[in-house]
Write a protein that binds this ligand. Structure first.
Ligand code: SF4
Length: 438
């Protein structure tokens, strides 16, 4: 019987599997028929598949998840472990949480952890299974072998253009990742710690190739994954490369005109840095794109906090970006994080007054609560708490539709992440304590 590979293709984690299956399709196509692939979208569907398939075949179940999903995944693992299988069920994890805390992720009950970017790791791992090797030495793979923790380090960053953004063969399609890595080192953020500080852009030809493939399949809305949409083509990710950006949007719009379709750029699921919102970049969005909004990262209204967070821009840059966006007839959705570490009364007052100013100018506030995350310089910080002043602001602007977000749930999760997951890590010897240097 062929080995069965089941990918937990759930809503919040699909993009990582799109990229992994794209990598398999591109570099392992001739061997794929030696495995059976499954992509359940619901928990019940996944459990049913495991129950049925494990009667006759070895089953490998792949998860990718974020730290706030830790408890949900742990409960899920318990249910899988209760399944009475005839053949072995192997559990694999990747994604931001597993990369940040590989040993702790194995201790949750996983058999393997993919650490870092998974494109090369999954191919090497499947090759080793075909050779009958269950504990291969692959960079980016961790496991326990006879009770000993084996960690082969973090996978090397891949060249984005060397791998597809998704899998056409398996019809696992979605937004096109155009840039990976971020040169800014905001202390709360996992992105530069997982993907590195050097931006790696997908080539124009590759983006157009996959955009055309989507349009040919009848998909009409093109969306993109990038930590900072306007930085496309920039060597350092900090200075704009307007000509690369314009060529990208112009060529994409040539395709959308030919096939029928729309471009969404600088809006969900990506965003833009405030200092990159200029008359020129907005002009490009207005000329070529269909989005009615830009998502702008601000995070705080305190100059002191911006510096402490290493955001690399000023409050005034946000003010200017919002003004230009609204003047151009677009909605400005501005990200803020509440309950940041080391925030003083003064910082909170500055943030609330800045949000009031932006809201009066008709900006929309996207509200988040700070959550300490593995591998970030803030991972040892206490959970974020929302102050009364911020709550008052939310109460005032929520009914007007000028505040949205998951700040309440994040506040509860933040507490659990800090108290139950991260702080206990520092009490134990031998666990990952490393905070990446950037
Ligand atoms: S928050 Fe944005 S700009 Fe800052 S490090 Fe993360 S991805 Fe980069």
């Amino acid at each position: 019987m062929k080995r069965c590979l089941i990918f937990a293709y759930f809503k919040n984690n699909r993009y990582s599997f799109n990229a992994l299956l794209g990598a398999l399709e591109k570099t392992f196509l001739s061997e794929l028929d030696k495995f059976q692939f499954y992509f359940p979208r619901k928990k019940e569907e996944l459990l049913k598949l495991i129950r049925e398939l494990s009667l006759n075949s070895e089953v490998f179940v792949f998860f990718s998840f974020f730290t706030p999903q830790y408890w949900e995944i742990r409960e899920f693992l318990k249910e899988i472990k209760e399944i009475k299988s005839k053949k072995r069920i192997w559990l694999l994890a990747g994604g931001p949480h597993a990369t940040g805390l590989p040993k702790q992720t194995l201790e949750m009950g996983f058999d393997y952890v993919f650490v870092g970017e998974g494109e090369k790791v999954i191919v090497e791992f499947l090759k080793s299974l075909l050779r009958g090797e269950y504990y291969p030495e692959i960079k980016g793979l961790s496991y326990f072998k006879e009770g000993e923790y084996i960690h082969h380090g973090k996978a090397e960053p891949v060249c984005l253009s060397g791998y597809p953004p998704f899998s056409l063969k398996f019809s696992l399609i979605g937004p096109i990742e155009i840039t990976r890595g971020c040169p800014f080192a905001c202390k709360y953020c996992q992105t530069p710690r997982i993907f590195g500080a050097k931006p790696r852009h997908r080539s124009l030809e590759e983006i157009l190739h996959y955009a055309e493939a989507l349009l040919k399949r009848g998909l009409r809305d093109l969306r993109f994954i990038t930590p900072n949409a306007f930085s496309y083509g920039s060597t350092d990710g900090k200075t704009l490369n307007l000509s690369a950006l314009e060529t990208l949007l112009k060529e994409l719009s040539r395709l959308t005109r030919a096939y029928g379709g729309r471009i969404f750029f600088g809006s969900f699921p990506s965003e833009v840095r405030p200092e990159h919102v200029t008359e020129e970049t907005i002009e490009l969005v207005k000329r070529y794109c269909a989005n009615d909004n830009l998502v702008i990262g601000a995070q705080t209204g305190s100059e002191r906090m911006l510096e402490y967070l290493r955001r690399g821009h000023t409050v005034d840059a946000v003010r200017r970006a919002v003004k230009l966006t609204i003047k151009a007839g677009l909605k400005a959705k501005v990200d803020f994080i509440f309950g940041l570490p080391e925030e003083t009364e003064e910082d909170i007052k500055a943030t609330v007054s800045f949000m009031e100013e932006l809201a009066r100018a008709s900006a929309i506030i996207h509200a988040h609560t700070f959550m300490p995350l593995p591998q970030t310089p803030f991972m040892k910080k206490k959970a974020g708490k929302i102050s009364k002043e911020v709550f008052d602001f939310i109460k005032k602007f929520l009914p007007k539709g000028q505040v949205f977000g998951d700040w309440e749930r994040q506040m509860l999760l933040s507490e659990r992440i800090s108290e139950e997951l991260l702080l206990p890590q520092f009490m134990q010897k031998g666990h990952e304590k490393k905070i990446f240097a950037i």
